[in-house]
Design a binder for this molecule. Structure first.
Ligand SMILES: Cc1cc2nc3c(=O)[nH]c(=O)nc-3n(C[C@H](O)[C@H](O)[C@H](O)COP(=O)(O)OP(=O)(O)OC[C@H]3O[C@@H](n4cnc5c(N)ncnc54)[C@H](O)[C@@H]3O)c2cc1C
Length: 418
């Protein structure tokens, strides 16, 4: 395995930075170019809907690495350049054409192009007060508008939308969340956890509506946003709307270059794409379910820091000829105001759920079972349960449902006894 070729990483987000860093750490000798379309040094996105929005984090504190890190690790960081086209030879070498019409040749290519927010093609969706949140530019716009807003409507009751609604409510903005499904975060958490979270948000003054969709965004006579009309006819006054209905993978480059894409660049567990040479990592990749064995044979896309880091490590291992075969249990967190949701493992809608209610109000753990086997846990303000379940899943052990339901005994005590 040659490690002295030119490595090009397209996309300088969480997964791109991690791949560059790990490739160097694991022994890649050749030049590494990390190329990103955004003008900012690589930064963490999670605070954009939390600490950055409430003013407790700044652009400087978002940085993923120090300024000197890239030079110290001989990583050529090129910012503000978008790759428009890829030419891929069958052996994984090729060249990338950027917006400045520069051609960059490479011996190995990693795609880390992330995802972009889905938008809604409804009447009024182009009004200035209708925004999305993906990058620091969006977050700066949102923060500025939030400071002047009295009413916010969030379309979509997923993690990002709920985090933003919580920040808005804490700042005294009247916030309403509009979710089309019958429960919040419905692709990811069980209805019982969704209900606990909805109750907490309602208690802090957020109006949470489920089973309803926006029909159009209404402008006033100055063409400024004034309301959201719902499909049940209700008008919600709004001087700011956040569209938080998920993201689509940025896989167009890969598809145009002939790589198999299906809701993301299709990769194997070593992050290798369909040509057997190119790698893809992070939000842009569609991977085999990484749940501990025997994970079901399904493919999915995971939008999380944990996945970006794990896939990047796998890619770097592959690049230096030392594939990593095991990875940690997938996990995720979401801070929604004072509520901390942590999820270990990947649940499915048809899992059984055993609930442990904690001592403090709202404290709760929902353990998901597939047959006799524990597969995931959703922990609200229960960090000890989260850590215990992560360890248990990694170790391949399962609590019995009876033990899980016994709130008199801490989960970690059951684990230590195993
Ligand atoms: C507001 C928000 C809050 C979040 N909160 C959490 C959280 O609490 N917990 C959690 O685990 N995860 C959270 N996430 C998800 C997490 O941030 C992502 O999963 C992670 O950033 C994915 O990293 P990535 O490198 O794959 O993609 P990205 O971070 O999106 O980076 C991709 C980069 O590639 C660049 N790019 C795209 N196309 C090109 C091109 N053609 N040429 C050059 N550059 C290109 C993009 O401009 C972008 O900078 C959050 C995400 C958002 C948006």
């Amino acid at each position: 395995m040659t490690t002295d070729g030119r490595l090009l990483i397209v996309g300088a987000g969480q997964a791109g930075v991690q791949t560059a860093s790990n490739a160097r750490e694991f022994g890649w000798q050749g030049p590494i170019t990390l190329l990103g379309a955004e003008p900012h040094p690589p930064y963490a996105r999670p605070p954009l809907s939390k600490a950055f929005l409430n003013g407790t984090a700044t652009e400087d504190t978002l940085a993923l690495r120090t300024v000197g890190f890239y030079a110290d690790h001989r990583i050529d960081l090129v910012l503000g350049e978008r790759v428009e086209h890829l030419d891929l030879a069958g052996d994984g070498t090729g060249s990338a054409v950027t917006g400045s019409v520069r051609r960059r040749s490479f011996d190995r290519l990693v795609l880390a192009t992330g995802a972009e927010p889905r938008r809604l093609s409804l009447e009024g969706a182009g009004l200035a007060g209708v925004v999305v949140l993906r990058d620091v530019h969006d977050a700066t716009t949102l923060a500025g508008r939030l400071a002047a807003a009295r009413t916010l409507v969030v379309i979509g009751g997923g993690f990002v939308g709920l985090e933003v609604a919580a920040v808005a409510a804490a700042a005294g903005v009247r916030a309403t969340v509009v979710e089309a499904a019958s429960s919040l975060m419905n692709r990811v958490v069980s209805p019982v956890t969704a209900e606990i979270v909805a109750r907490a948000h309602r208690a802090s003054g957020i109006r949470v509506l489920t089973g309803v969709r926006p029909a159009r965004f209404v402008g006033d006579r100055h063409n400024a946003l004034s309301a959201v009309e719902l499909d049940n006819g209700e008008h919600l006054p709004a001087d700011l709307v956040l569209i938080g209905v998920g993201a689509r993978p940025c896989d167009d480059l890969a598809a145009a270059a002939g790589l198999h894409c299906d809701n993301g660049v299709v990769v194997d567990d070593r992050s290798v794409a369909s040509d057997g040479r190119t790698l893809a990592v992070g939000d842009c990749a569609n991977l085999p379910d990484p749940s501990p064995p025997p994970g079901p044979a399904v493919r999915l896309r995971l939008e999380s820091v944990d996945n970006a880091v794990e896939q990047a490590r796998a890619a770097a291992g592959t690049l230096v000829g030392a594939p990593r075969t095991c990875r940690g249990v997938p996990w995720f967190w979401s801070d929604q105001g004072s509520l901390k949701l942590q999820i270990a493992g990947l649940g499915r809608a048809d899992d059984d759920v055993v609930v442990r209610v904690g001592k403090r109000p709202g404290q709760h753990t929902a353990l998901r079972y597939r047959g006799p086997r524990l597969v995931a846990a959703e922990c609200v303000d229960s960090p000890a349960d989260f850590l215990t379940v992560r360890k248990a899943l990694a170790a391949g052990v399962s609590f019995s449902r009876e033990a899980a339901a016994d709130t008199g005994v801490p989960l970690k005590q059951h684990f230590s006894a195993m």
